[in-house]
Design a protein around this ligand. Structure first.
Ligand SMILES: Cc1cc2nc3c(=O)[nH]c(=O)nc-3n(C[C@H](O)[C@H](O)[C@H](O)COP(=O)(O)OP(=O)(O)OC[C@H]3O[C@@H](n4cnc5c(N)ncnc54)[C@H](O)[C@@H]3O)c2cc1C
Length: 630
């Protein structure tokens, strides 16, 4: 069974003449500049999808699985999958579940792609050469959850989606689509379109038009909906032959690697199977394994690195080897398959779904940042809303659904923005980032993954429950993200992190482990889901309080803060203000109080990062506890 679809025009045979077929067979193997034009008959489709990338193919697959609608997919490309590797490979629970279970592609995923071993984050250790794996501190989740995630070879995956779509008689496909023109109907009638493709001039009508043209942003540009986002980040990425096994970038022998005592904390699952992030202020460098090759990429805040420093593959590899010296053992000797860059990749969109029967999904709509891989998640969510909307015949019901879905899509996008626009700098410190990520992941598990695996996002009763709680979280989130970022900036100038290597499992912060348990709640009613979201809101509030407390303890340099009830109860998690002098004076007023705060979590999990830090710039860089309570 081949994974490579052929490129014949796949319109229903009723509209394809013998002549057409001869030409489409011929052009399937032709280079783009040899394409021959022919005028086939007009046709009517239920849904026209513009762009056969991840979003468009996944939508076509979802619609074909769940409806008997006739789908026309068009793309300007002529080569499927393309020869050049595509970026966007890591999946997280929501997208992985969508691809495997909703799109029913689990067998393909298990056969052709690596299972992913969570996300891992690494920091250099002060005072060490950092030229080997064992010199890096790590934060990670050791256990695999009960929802598989995958490292996608995008080209293979898109090839497979196209192959299975092409098997369906309701699917039409036009590669090499040029000069596309779409006129959106202003009445209840269908939209009309025309283009030239490998079989010539094509025109027709479609009840719905969905734009998944990626950075082409076909509809957003034509409808004047394209907006700049608040995030100004760039990326340079490349692929090399073979596996970059970061655990082998070491001074240790194989036997020492196997038996070193920190295996007790780290476990035995190969670290290379994770999406590995080597972190510094406002940037990260990823390693992602694909079969037979490795994907590597740098994502950075444009204000912190100038593009010129990394704009050739030689400069990029030099920069990586200098910043994270362990890679000097490997990358300079690799065969680079190819290298690409995106200068400023984030963008917003004013609207992505309309009762006038058009929608936008994938990068054609909104895109924030690849940290945590939300691209695939947003595609999964948007496509699920669109699949539901296109099946809604009643106009009033459709209008109401589009209103709610737009509100949801915007809310989800807006919720990501502070993560990337406010506290990206916190990537530069293990303590600040571990707090940030645990918080974001706990929200993700309980407020994104749990409803998605229960098919609740297309239940309107659930959505109103969800939105009211989600907006409460939004307030805490903004307050916390700014607090974490200010803490990071303060710490950068005032403290040196511990010289000891620290291995931290994020789920040691108990509310995160509690949030992950929601994956085991399936088949819940809206009322049960409401109860669960309320419990999770309380769980997240506790977590936010802990994060604020840990930061204050770190600033003051006194682990006594971690349990001081009087101080902890004064923290207003909705309106946190990072003012070290104020934090110290508040604590002074509480330092003699002996009553302990009654946590439902262990407040000491990050204690070594408080105890091990030193005061920056002090003559002998003495160990702190320096704070008022010490
Ligand atoms: C640096 C980086 C790293 C990323 N990493 C991840 C990750 O690890 N995990 C993740 O989930 N996401 C990741 N993403 C996001 C992910 O890449 C995107 O979400 C995903 O590629 C978007 O798919 P798409 O279908 O919208 O666009 P594409 O895959 O680009 O597809 C768009 C298609 O539309 C076609 N097209 C364009 N214009 C026209 C036109 N006028 N007519 C016809 N066809 C047209 C194009 O030829 C193309 O085939 C990353 C993004 C970046 C920038």
């Amino acid at each position: 069974m081949s994974n490579q679809p052929t490129l014949h025009d796949q319109r229903s045979s009723a509209t394809l003449t013998e002549d057409d077929r001869a030409i489409s067979n011929e052009v399937a193997c032709s280079p783009a500049h040899d394409l021959r034009v022919k005028s086939p008959a007009a046709d009517h489709w239920d849904i026209m999808i513009i762009g056969a990338g991840l979003a468009g193919l996944a939508l076509a697959r979802q619609l074909l699985l769940n409806t008997d609608k006739r789908i026309l997919l068009v793309d300007k490309r002529t080569e499927f999958p393309p020869a050049k590797q595509k970026v966007g490979e890591a999946t997280v629970q929501l997208s992985a579940y969508y691809y495997a279970r909703v799109l029913d592609l689990e067998e393909h995923l298990m056969q052709q792609h690596y299972l992913k071993y969570n996300l891992r984050f690494y920091w250099k250790t002060p005072g060490k050469t950092n030229d080997c794996y064992e010199h890096y501190s790590q934060s990670y989740i050791r256990k695999l959850s009960n929802i598989n995630t995958y490292q996608l070879d995008r080209n293979k995956f898109e090839g497979e989606m196209l192959r299975v779509c092409l098997e369906n008689p309701n699917f039409g496909f036009h590669p090499g689509c040029m000069d596309l023109d779409v006129t959106l109907s202003e009445t209840a009638g269908p939209h009309s379109f025309s283009f030239r493709s490998v079989v010539g001039a094509v025109s027709g009508t479609a009840r719905w038009v969905v734009d998944t043209s990626g950075r082409g942003r076909f509809l957003a540009k034509r409808l004047g909906l394209a907006r700049e986002g608040q995030i100004r980040h760039g990326a340079h990425f490349f692929w090399v032959d073979g596996l970059v096994d970061i655990e082998k970038l070491t001074n240790l022998s194989l036997q020492q690697v196997r038996t070193r005592p920190d295996r007790t904390a780290l476990g035995h699952t190969p670290a290379w199977q994770a999406t590995n992030h080597f972190c510094a202020e406002g940037l990260w460098f990823w390693t992602i394994p694909l079969h037979g090759k490795t994907s590597l990429g740098l994502v950075y805040d444009n204000r912190l690195i100038t593009r010129e420093r990394v704009d050739t593959i030689e400069k990029l590899i030099d920069w990586v080897c200098e910043e994270f010296p362990l890679f000097a053992r490997d990358l300079p000797y690799r065969n680079v398959i190819h290298h690409t860059a995106l200068k400023d990749f984030a963008h917003d969109c004013a609207q992505t779904i309309s009762p006038a029967r058009w929608a936008i999904a994938g990068e054609a709509g909104r895109f924030t940042d690849p940290l945590y891989s939300p691209g695939g998640d947003l595609i999964s969510l948007y496509n699920t809303f669109i699949t539901d909307a296109v099946q809604t015949e009643d106009d009033a019901e459709l209008t109401e659904k589009c209103r709610l879905y737009e509100q949801m899509m915007e809310a989800v996008y807006e919720a990501y923005v502070p993560t990337y626009a406010i506290s990206y700098d916190a990537l530069g410190d293990q303590e600040a980032f571990s707090l940030k990520y645990s918080w974001e992941l706990a929200i993700y598990f309980s407020y994104y993954v749990f409803p998605f695996i229960n098919d609740l996002f297309t239940d309107r009763r659930f959505l109103s429950v969800f939105i009211s709680r989600f907006s409460q979280l939004g307030r805490i989130n903004r307050s916390l993200q700014a607090f974490i970022s200010s803490f990071f900036q303060w710490k950068k100038n005032n403290r040196t992190p511990p010289c000891q290597i620290f291995h931290f499992d994020f789920t040691d912060i108990k509310p995160l482990a509690v949030a992950e348990k929601t994956f085991y709640r399936v088949g819940v009613s809206v009322d049960e889901a409401r109860e669960l979201l309320d419990q999770q809101l309380a769980n997240l509030r506790e977590m936010a309080r802990f994060i604020a407390t840990q930061i204050c303890a770190s600033v003051i340099g006194d682990v006594g803060v971690l349990t001081n009830r009087r101080f902890i109860e004064r923290l207003d998690i909705n309106r946190l203000q990072f003012d070290p002098a104020e934090i110290c004076s508040t604590y002074l007023a509480c330092a003699n109080a002996t009553e302990e705060y009654c946590w439902t979590l262990d407040p000491n999990v990050l204690r070594p990062l408080i105890e091990g830090q030193t005061v920056k710039g002090s003559e002998d860089e003495q160990e702190v506890l320096v704070g008022v309570g010490a």
